[in-house]
Design a protein around this ligand. Structure first.
Ligand SMILES: Nc1ncnc2c1ncn2[C@@H]1O[C@H](COP(=O)(O)OP(=O)(O)OP(=O)(O)O)[C@@H](O)[C@H]1O
Length: 329
């Protein structure tokens, strides 16, 4: 269900909407679309409440909330429902962070940003109805990959998708500020969804000084406490790309002090299995001089990224064919 109040398709649009749906799913999806279109909420202001949803399986747990699979009662549209207790948010002093997350995430509409479809609250809880990313946290997949790392094509594709999402954020004056594999979700179609906008900031042109984000991903300007701008997300993308390819972030250390020192000295070791193209991309993002960092468009058009994406597509097609052949035999 399009839970947001955007331009709405009507029955006449259905043939076009259904054109990409596989034949075997046509009937149920068409019925669900028709139900959605006849819902009171469709295209109108509507006060959603927990009574509109049936809660199902537990999908995961965060610091301040639990996430459940939930089904909108009328259309049977599935969402990931994050439920947070107001009292816990108050105790943790994170009410402002949650409100910022809601405010920012409900404005952002991009294929690689997790959609916040709607939200509501009752006396004790806040509910966020989120788009489902059925494969869960990317971090879990990185940990279970051979040697805790992704191959180059997979890393290149994911780097492209995150760059694309961040570029959209920056165009909308939003800095994510807390990029890491734990804050990225994976869908069943091998696509990434950037989530967790709790630390993100709306920045109409001003430089900021707040120290936030995860230690291993901290850019030098935050370590030194100087002002920073949206180029910190490029630094974090460099760390993320390194972590995809190597299995750990480049400045990881036993103590915070030593991590800070490594960041200041830009002490990076590139293992020998990394290709020339990947090292060039990472080095272009991990520059101390924030103005000198590759732009997000540079990342999206980088030859290593483009070649890797094509190869990842081919890998997925081969896997699909392999599965089909297995099913036939
Ligand atoms: N949209 C979603 N689709 C599928 N699973 C999800 C979705 N959102 C969250 N989950 C699952 O629920 C878990 C908890 O998510 P949540 O956003 O509450 O936590 P978090 O980001 O790990 O924590 P926190 O923000 O409290 O540090 C995730 O690790 C993931 O496995």
């Amino acid at each position: 269900m399009t839970l947001l109040r955007t331009k709405h398709a009507n029955r006449n649009h259905l043939p076009a909407l259904m054109s990409k749906v596989p034949e075997e799913h046509h009937e149920p999806i068409k019925n669900m679309c028709l139900k959605m279109m006849s819902h009171d909420a469709y295209g109108q202001p509507y006060e959603w409440s927990s009574r509109d949803f049936e809660m199902g399986a537990h999908l995961g747990r965060g610091k301040f909330g639990r996430v459940y699979l939930a089904r909108e009662r009328y259309s049977h549209y599935l969402v990931a429902m994050k439920v947070m207790f107001k009292e816990e948010l108050r105790k943790g002093n994170v009410q402002r962070q949650v409100l910022r997350e809601i405010e920012i995430q409900s404005r952002l509409k991009h294929p690689h940003i997790l959609r916040l479809l709607t939200w509501f609250h009752d006396e004790s809880r806040i509910y966020l109805a989120l788009e489902i990313a059925s494969e869960g946290e990317l971090f879990k997949h990185l940990r279970s990959a051979p040697n805790h790392r992704f191959d180059e094509p997979r890393s290149a594709k994911y780097t492209y998708q995150v760059a694309n999402a961040l570029n959209y954020c920056h165009l909308n004056n939003v800095i994510h500020r807390d990029l890491k594999p734990e804050n990225i979700l994976l869908t069943g179609t091998d696509d990434l969804k950037l989530a967790d906008f709790g630390w993100s900031a709306h920045t109409p042109n001003n430089k900021r000084r707040t120290l936030c984000g995860t230690l291993d991903y901290l850019p030098p300007e935050m370590v030194d406490g100087t002002s920073y701008d949206d180029t910190i997300d490029q630094w974090c993308l460099g760390i993320l790309c390194y972590e995809f390819l190597v299995g750990c972030p480049p400045f990881e250390s036993n103590s915070s002090e030593s991590t800070y020192e490594k960041i200041r000295r830009l002490e990076i070791h590139y293992p020998s299995h990394l290709s020339k193209g990947s090292k060039e991309l990472i080095a272009g993002l991990l520059r101390k001089d924030s103005k000198g960092r590759l732009t997000l468009v540079d990342v999206m058009t980088h030859p290593w990224v483009k070649e890797g994406m094509t190869e990842r597509d081919a890998q997925l097609r081969r896997n699909e064919r392999g599965k089909e052949n297995k099913a036939k035999n």
